[in-house]
Design a protein around this ligand. Sequence first.
Ligand code: SAM
Length: 216
Amino acid sequence: MRAGPLRQLAYRHRWIYDGVTALSSLPVGGPGRLRALAAEWLIESVAPGAAVLDLCCGSGEAAAPLLAAGLAVTGLDISDRALELAARRHPRLQLVQGLAEQPPLAAGAWAGIQLSLALHEFPASERRALLRSARRLIQPGGVLVLLDLHQAGPLLAPLQQLFCNLFETETAQAFLALNLEAELAACGWQLERRQLFAAGALQRLLCRPLAPAPCP
Ligand SMILES: C[S@@+](CC[C@H](N)C(=O)[O-])C[C@H]1O[C@@H](n2cnc3c(N)ncnc32)[C@H](O)[C@@H]1O
């Protein structure tokens, strides 16, 4: 997948990735707060100690608040390197390597699923496959919390474009133009709550499974 020049450098030098994340997360209060946003809604939506899934968990930053809240957290990611780092940082985090769109996980086993800062990295067909696979994994009445980019208002839009061109994958532009609510519905999810941050450049969504699930 094609990525902006800064992202290609950041793949090789972790400090660049962390520096860009620190800078871009300032409007929400820094990287720790950014990585806690999805977890906040997930924690308040599930029972104490519930089994929850962090899809595309990366090196575990967004799973940390779920673990701290006493939930039974499984993280799935495709990257060996990210999973190794997550395992070192969070010994209680159950880790699974696999594709989020074809996860090697039990259907209907999870009270809650979070997808933090990952959906915009997927091409359209994989993105829909991922949302459908999350629908298969969720328990009846469970909850999906998404944190991702949102099309900024006119004042911030040029800065957001620059950020996407330099740092994001090519899929981010298409994601910003997407009618996400309609796509969620087509994949078996009803949007229940949406909150915007960073002058509209970031969104947090809480979704519930529609019944019956759509065909795979
Ligand atoms: C921007 S990082 C977000 C990490 C974490 N959720 C967070 O909020 O910090 C996106 C993650 O998605 C993972 N990823 C990308 N495509 C994937 C796929 N098809 N299946 C599983 N993980 C994938 C990458 O390896 C990366 O760790």
